[in-house]
Design a protein around this ligand. Structure first.
Ligand code: UTP
Length: 228
């Protein structure tokens, strides 16, 4: 199966911890050993937020803040590359063409961000669409998509299954600004809507849950394409 995984920076690098990154790399290598084709996209996490916060105070504009965020995502991607063995492309592909070429060579591409204005969720969704992936996994710091932000609203309920259109409606209300905190970004949901991809939003803090989802078992939210 061809699987693209968007690994949130807040799950891979909440702090810079070699053991956590190594645990992720082990799971990815296991999926590769099992015969799956894997592409990865890594987020910026708290380090990106810190840089964006400081630069915003210094008067940077939103595009400049996005560029800082992209730099941190690529830094985190390099950390995961360091943990993966020689099946991995040695540098983070900076665009989707290079990532697709790496996949075609049989390497595991580990991308960070690409251009300003969205997050690595959108990068991963576009990579999944471009490479005709069978499954797209958003490994996030929440265990699925909720009716409201569960950290702020105790009444929030988790969805087991959503159509991409329903996901667009939920995410559409959340502000698009550098470092914003939606479970999946709006552009990603719009790409999902047109692509017909099968996607899962799940708790990425335990990397084994990513492997379980590839094998068909998860407790996250399944985004299932609408019948055409
Ligand atoms: P992330 O993809 O990490 O955003 O990009 P996130 O949703 O905050 O994810 P976590 O916390 O890692 O799970 C961090 C920031 O980098 C910029 C945006 O400003 C984003 O908020 N960015 C990232 C881009 O502008 N373009 C990209 O392609 C990727």
């Amino acid at each position: 199966m061809k699987v693209i995984v968007s690994i949130g920076g807040s799950v891979l690098v909440p702090t810079v911890d070699a053991d956590r990154v190594a645990a992720y790399a082990d799971v990815i290598e296991g999926l590769d050993d099992a015969g799956h084709t894997i592409g990865l996209v890594v987020g910026g996490g708290p380090t990106a937020r810190e840089y964006i916060g400081a630069a915003r105070e210094l008067g940077a504009n939103e595009i400049e803040l996005d560029q800082l965020g992209i730099a941190v995502t690529r830094l985190n991607a390099r950390l995961l590359i360091a943990a993966l063995d020689n099946r991995v492309a040695p540098t983070p592909p900076e665009d989707h063409d290079r990532a697709r070429e790496a996949l075609q060579r049989g390497d595991i591409p580990v991308m960070g961000g690409t251009v300003a204005g969205h997050t690595t969720d959108a990068v991963a969704t576009a990579l999944a669409e471009y490479t005709d992936a069978d499954l797209l996994i958003y490994a996030t710091s929440v265990d699925g998509v909720y009716s409201a932000d569960p950290s702020e609203d105790s009444e929030a309920t988790k969805f087991d299954r959503l159509s991409p259109g329903e996901l667009v409606d939920i995410v559409g209300g959340i502000e698009l600004e550098a470092g914003s905190n939606a479970p999946v970004d709006l552009l990603a949901t719009k790409l999902l809507e047109r692509s017909g991809l099968r996607a899962v939003v799940l708790d990425g803090t335990e990397p084994e849950l990513v492997a379980d989802a590839v094998d068909g078992g998860h407790d996250g939210t399944e985004i299932v394409p609408e019948e055409r």
